[in-house]
Design a binder for this molecule. Structure first.
Ligand SMILES: Cc1cc2nc3c(=O)[nH]c(=O)nc-3n(C[C@H](O)[C@H](O)[C@H](O)COP(=O)(O)OP(=O)(O)OC[C@H]3O[C@@H](n4cnc5c(N)ncnc54)[C@H](O)[C@@H]3O)c2cc1C
Length: 498
């Protein structure tokens, strides 16, 4: 493998390999993943404290797999509960659709987990610091200038620093995105909802064990059972509602009254959010990249906003590490938006479509919807498992037929990812395939090469993609599948080694 010239400044080495702007869940995950890979990371946040009130309540098995990589899955576990599933119901409580999600997924983690965002952020920040990231809190980034060979980062307190790359994880109102004049595609959904987080007096007395989407045209409502004693209600605002007055304790109590005795809980917060679907037109401009809410925002009906941001961090981390270690050319970073945007777009579109089903306020349209969904259920439909995320699209690092998350078996008591670390993994059906033409290339990339003759546990990884040979990327997505492992094509070689 020929080392690629690291993209450092000609005259003066920058102060940091990477500056991460924003220490929210995405910035802290990214900082930890990068520092784990030996990079010099500075992460900054304009606030000194974690955003105190809960936003995300759900994450999926892929996030759990990232937490596994960061070594904090056990730390996070006690503050979470399994989500048994979600039900869409009519105003009178008839079930229109059930989504079951209690099962283990091929990644080895449960499909759907409920949590309290500030608790998770506390762990992620701690991991980022333990991993060696330098953290500066209480200082806002005010200006970012790309000088071609480095980025100059200016802070509101008059100080400045330099880095080779910068990743803006500075949230929905991203200062960096605005400063660079990057616009957002609007997926055409805009609905105001009141979100009320409660602390129940009796943790066992939960209004629902399932996440409920109440498709009531008079007041579309969502119930989310967070880890006890917390419980969330979300109420869609109607044109007649006063968006300020509705957060008063009297208004919240009257909205809760049909579901529970409001005296049985304390309202931790009540806020009106506008749910919308937006995607930045550029996720990379030169040495500046965008991740998390700075790059995309989704209505929360699928609980996927933060999950998508953490997948951004996972996609970027191994690529930035290869580029900064001089193994791969800067062009590798151009695959980031190519791979992430189509997946994010289809998740947001699904959330928008679901939102339209839930947010129907025309009684006639709601009756037609209910009749159609009830008929489908009577005919044997109306039940589904938690869908796995869409695959990454075909591209330089994803061959035709690949792009899904690889299965994660346990080998001699250890999960495969823990054995693989930050490496590609080659999985072969037989030991004889170690002489396949492509194996030497992947060995030179320091890939972990396993065959099912020697390690029978990996046979299920191949079975899942109906292949006898495959390569898994460091972010656990499948790069290529086949009957034998062929020599990689020139585009892939160029992307990985320049
Ligand atoms: C009601 C609601 C429910 C949700 N439910 C879910 C769910 O169930 N599941 C899910 O996955 N997602 C959910 N989300 C979305 C999720 O909360 C967000 O996607 C997630 O918080 C985004 O993380 P982030 O790190 O990208 O941004 P943020 O969490 O917004 O963090 C950005 C950080 O950048 C800092 N910052 C901003 N500007 C600057 C600057 N100039 N200089 C320095 N620092 C700066 C901020 O202080 C902040 O700490 C929900 C959101 C809402 C509102």
């Amino acid at each position: 493998m020929t080392p690629h010239t690291p993209p450092h400044i000609a005259n003066v080495a920058p102060d940091h390999d990477i500056v991460v702007v924003g220490f929210g869940p995405v910035g802290s995950t990214l900082a930890a993943l990068l520092a784990h890979r030996g990079l010099r990371v500075l992460v900054v946040d304009r606030e000194t404290e974690i955003f105190p009130l809960p936003r995300a309540a759900h994450f999926d098995h892929e996030v759990m797999r990232v937490l596994q990589e960061l070594g904090c899955a056990d730390e996070v576990g006690p503050a979470t509960i399994l989500n048994p599933g979600m039900e869409f119901i009519t105003a009178s409580g008839e079930v229109l659709l059930s989504v079951h999600s209690g099962d283990l997924t091929p990644s080895g983690w449960p499909a759907s987990i409920l949590f309290h965002q500030p608790d998770l952020e506390l762990v992620l920040r701690d991991v980022a610091e333990r991993s060696g990231s330098t953290v500066r809190l209480g200082v806002a980034v005010s200006n970012v200038t790309d000088h071609g060979d480095h980025v100059m980062v200016s802070f509101a307190d008059g100080t400045a620093t330099t880095s080779t790359y910068l990743v803006a994880c500075d949230g929905a109102r991203s200062t960096v995105r605005k400063q660079l004049g990057i616009s957002m595609h609007d997926l055409g959904f805009e609905e105001p909802w009141l979100v009320a987080d409660l602390v129940l007096n009796d943790a066992a007395d939960r209004p629902s064990l399932f996440t409920l989407q109440v498709c009531d045209p008079m007041r579309p409502t969502t119930l989310v059972p967070m880890p006890p004693p917390r419980f969330r209600f979300e109420f869609m605002l109607l044109p007649s509602d006063d968006p300020v007055g509705i957060t008063s304790s009297e208004s919240v109590a009257s909205l809760l009254a049909p579901w529970m005795d409001p005296a049985d809980a304390t309202v931790e917060r009540a806020a009106v959010y506008s749910f919308h679907g937006l995607i930045a037109t550029e996720w990379r401009r030169g040495r500046v990249l965008f991740a998390g809410d700075a790059a995309h925002q989704t209505p929360p009906f699928l609980g996927q906003g933060m999950c998508s941001g953490i997948r951004d961090a996972q996609n970027l981390a191994w690529k930035l590490a290869r580029v900064l270690h001089g193994t791969s050319p800067d062009a590798l970073l151009d695959t980031y938006q190519l791979e992430r945007e189509p997946q994010v777009r289809s998740i947001i579109q699904l959330a928008v479509d679901l939102g339209r089903v839930i947010c129907t306020t025309d009684p006639e349209a709601a009756a037609l919807r209910d009749a159609g969904m009830l008929a489908a259920r009577a005919a044997g439909g109306g039940t589904m498992g938690q869908a796995l995320m869409p695959s990454l699209p075909e591209g330089p690092l994803v061959a035709l037929g690949a792009g899904g998350q690889a299965r994660q078996p346990i080998i001699d008591g250890t999960r495969l990812d823990d054995i693989a670390g930050d490496r590609f993994v080659v999985v072969l059906r037989t030991a004889a395939q170690r002489s396949n033409p492509g194996v030497a290339f992947w060995s030179a990339q320091e890939a972990l090469v396993l065959d099912a003759d020697t390690t029978p546990e990996v046979a299920t990884v191949l079975d899942a993609v109906h292949a006898n040979a495959m390569v898994v990327r460091p972010d656990r997505y499948v790069l290529v599948v086949g009957s034998e492992l062929e020599e990689p094509n020139p585009a892939l070689r160029m992307m990985l080694n320049g």
